[in-house]
Design a protein around this ligand. Sequence first.
Ligand SMILES: [Zn+2]
Length: 446
Amino acid sequence: MNESKNSVLKNPTEQMLDESTMTSFDHVIINANIATFSVQHGFGIETSDNVDNQADSNPYGQLHHAAIGIKNGKIAWVGTQDQITAHLPKYQASQITDVNDKWITPGLIDCHTHIVYGGNRSNEFEARLQGVSYQDIAAQGGGIVATVIATRAASIESLFAQSEKRLLALIKEGVTSIEIKSGYGLDLDTERKMLTVARQLGEKYDIHVSTTYLAAHALPPEYKNRADDYIKQVCEWLPILHSEGLVDAVDGFCENIAFSTEQIRRVFEVARSLDLPVKLHSEQLSDIGGSALVAEYKGLSSDHLEHLSEEDIKKMAASNTVAVILPGAFYTLRDTKLPPIEALRKHQVPMAISTDCNPGTSPLTSLLLTMNMGCTLFYLTPEEVLAGSTVYAAQALGLSNKGKVEVGCDADLALWDIARPADLAYQIGLNPVQGIMVQGQWRDTI
Ligand SMILES: [Zn+2]
């Protein structure tokens, strides 16, 4: 960033505000500390190579003794408490939220989840810890096949009820936007059912849900040894589900145990023809070139990445593809291969983190715990994991109007009873959320 200190730190709208504008806000939040994650407030400004720029850097883009004006569900103004104080008598009491020096962040965003599924696999978890091998469990119909069978068998109402609990756990921790993947149906009707439930969850709880078509997740039993035939079906189902308004993005599982880059490429070609963005489960267990493929398609994100090479990191940097880091799967699998965090930093690839909530490798419905895991397991900083759950998670979903406290963005916010932003990654098992706001409305569902 080469902008001067003034141009970076000054709120560009502050100077133009007259009294009628200041009093036209539908709602004002006062006496707030704010982690804005906005470049306008100094977030993400480089300090290392330019002494003149050092004053510009402002961790978390934080503002103290600040206020937010909200109009029509959007953030209309962010400024100092002093600027709004004189106008407060003109608002009705119901229009003012005094947060008494608590912290506001953007509403959290969980950008990689599989929360819609039937059944669970705690029986396998227990059997493995009693000494039963993974191979024996698979031979008895366990593993992903067990989830596919349970998801196919579930009615849409049952699938909704089972998945709703997981969504509520996330909302209770400040999540206001979530990505939900299909991928446990592996047939047209069940993929449709999963995506329909994902849409219904967003409607019932009035939060943002981005849906992702992940039929290229695993080979269903009926296609054993016929992976190419299955991919052909995956390519044929995608336009059908897209035409029904169920698909916002397209994903796949690119691994030796799943699908090759050539097979994923066929799916991505269909996505491109429909103008749908792509993302990929890549380099979790091996390096077969998934991230390079995502970069070639200018994908939104490449996810997992433990085995990612520096060469492919450069390609992700060039295509502005977000690296989504998933410590829950690393933890559950007792993995030991760390993702290349230092190289991702060096090449300035934006990093998001997510629960990867799924019944097999990450039965995790806490984004706060995920942040702690990101710091403790992967040596990410508290600022990096919080940015990875807000501004860069939004980028991973292609949502340029979310994840920041900035004029013009959606007024999706979380309110926290914490002393400083690092508390969110530091505390384990304590939920300091005080409230969430979605599109300018405080929510009473938590
Ligand atoms: Zn996943």
